[in-house]
Design a protein around this ligand. Structure first.
Ligand SMILES: *Cc1c(COP(=O)(O)O)cnc(C)c1O
Length: 371
């Protein structure tokens, strides 16, 4: 553990690997001995294109992305994809699963395009009525016959609900997953998806960048209302450079991918992620002060919300005291999302095992003072 790096449990923008920041720092003023930084050169230069291509190749290697998928490095975060997806793919009906704050936002944004007349947006199921603590059984979903696509969020960052198995729709409807907060946390079978997208600021790099992994047969279906810059086909043909891309974020993401390879790839990082999550959930479950009410089958290994004595009031004295003391101990950003209250520890790839060990030790000590 680095002495001057403070344990950081931010949900996003989140902590980045120290080694990556150090490399970026070393290269800042004099990148590749050119006397300039990488953000000060043309995105069309061969030197920059080499950086961009290497980042894509490393991501392809890590995720074992099949050749018939394009990998795009776009802007506007994951949120702009909530619009880009219907604008590119909605023609008849699209199915949406609502399992928490983010998939709910995606559904609501898509409904705007239903109003515009692009097609129908169908809600297959919502777990709002159980407070987003579980996911309904697939046999109860109201799936459409011939949907253009099925959209879901693989990890609900706010509610701490993760869907580990790709829904088996038993047809060839393209599955689209928002993986903003779980991409690269463990291996997945990309070939089961029509499209995967992820905002960078959780497990990849700086905010603003969004990565889209899309099967080639889904290109070229965009509505005439779709802005050119949002068209997947246009961006695929331009190698994500229809306009100036977020060059520095792309470069930094590349450093994170290289770092992940050095860590041993996704199986190695997954083992560590499951260990960190287990430490936290065990601490919560073995305590009479802390609780997490997510169905055990869907507990996220990336975002762990928890409450003190079921007290969801953010302003309550015990919550405030917990946060104040955690801060004093150098355990940062444990305050829960304003929608839910309580606490949340985000434990992405770059969150060190020692940080989580320090957190659970603090939680146990804090509980003793309340006994
Ligand atoms: C953070 C997040 C988003 C939004 O990302 P932006 O980059 O802020 O647009 C969308 N979906 C999920 C699951 C997220 O965690």
């Amino acid at each position: 553990m680095n002495d001057y790096r403070t344990p950081n449990f931010s949900a996003g923008p989140a902590t980045l690997p120290t080694a990556v920041l150090q490399k970026a720092q070393q290269e800042m003023l004099n990148w590749q001995n050119k006397g300039v930084s990488v953000m000060e050169i043309s995105h069309r230069s061969s030197d920059y294109i080499a950086v961009a291509e290497q980042a894509e190749q490393d991501l392809r290697d890590l995720m074992e992305i099949p050749d018939n998928y394009k990998v795009l490095f776009l802007q506007g975060g994951a949120t702009l994809q909530f619009s880009a997806i219907p604008l590119n793919l909605l023609q008849g009906t699209a199915d949406y699963l609502d399992t928490g704050a983010w998939s709910s936002k995606a559904f609501k944004e898509a409904q705007r395009y239903e109003k515009l007349g692009l097609g129908k947006i169908n809600l297959v199921s919502s777990s709002e009525n159980n407070g987003y603590t579980s996911v309904s059984d697939i046999s109860t979903w109201n799936l459409s016959e011939n949907a253009d696509y099925f959209h879901y969020c693989a990890n609900e960052t706010v509610h701490g609900v993760q869907i580990f198995d790709v829904p088996n729709l038993e047809n060839d409807t393209p599955i689209i997953a928002d993986m903003s907060s779980c991409i690269l946390s463990q291996k997945i079978d990309v070939s089961k998806f029509g499209m995967i997208y992820a905002g960078a600021q959780k497990n990849i790099g700086p905010a603003g960048l969004v990565i889209v992994i899309i099967r080639e047969d889904l290109l070229g279906k965009a509505s005439e209302w779709c802005p050119n810059l949002l068209k997947y086909q246009t961006q695929a043909q331009a190698n994500s450079m229809s306009n100036t891309p977020a060059t520095y974020s792309w470069y930094l993401s590349g450093l994170v991918f290289a770092w992940l390879k050095e860590q041993g790839g996704l199986d190695a990082i997954a083992k560590q992620n499951h260990y960190k999550a287990k430490l936290l959930y065990n601490t919560i479950d073995n305590s009479s002060l802390y609780s997490n009410c997510v169905d055990a089958r869907y507990r996220s290994i990336m975002n762990v919300p928890f409450f003190l004595n079921n007290d969801k009031d953010l302003s309550s004295a015990v919550n405030q005291e917990f946060l104040r003391q955690a801060d004093k101990e150098g355990l940062l950003f444990l305050k829960g999302h304003r929608m839910l209250g309580g606490m949340r520890a985000s434990i992405y790839n770059a969150v060190e095992v020692e940080w989580v060990e320090k957190l659970v030790e603090f939680m146990q000590d804090f509980e003793k003072t309340k006994a």
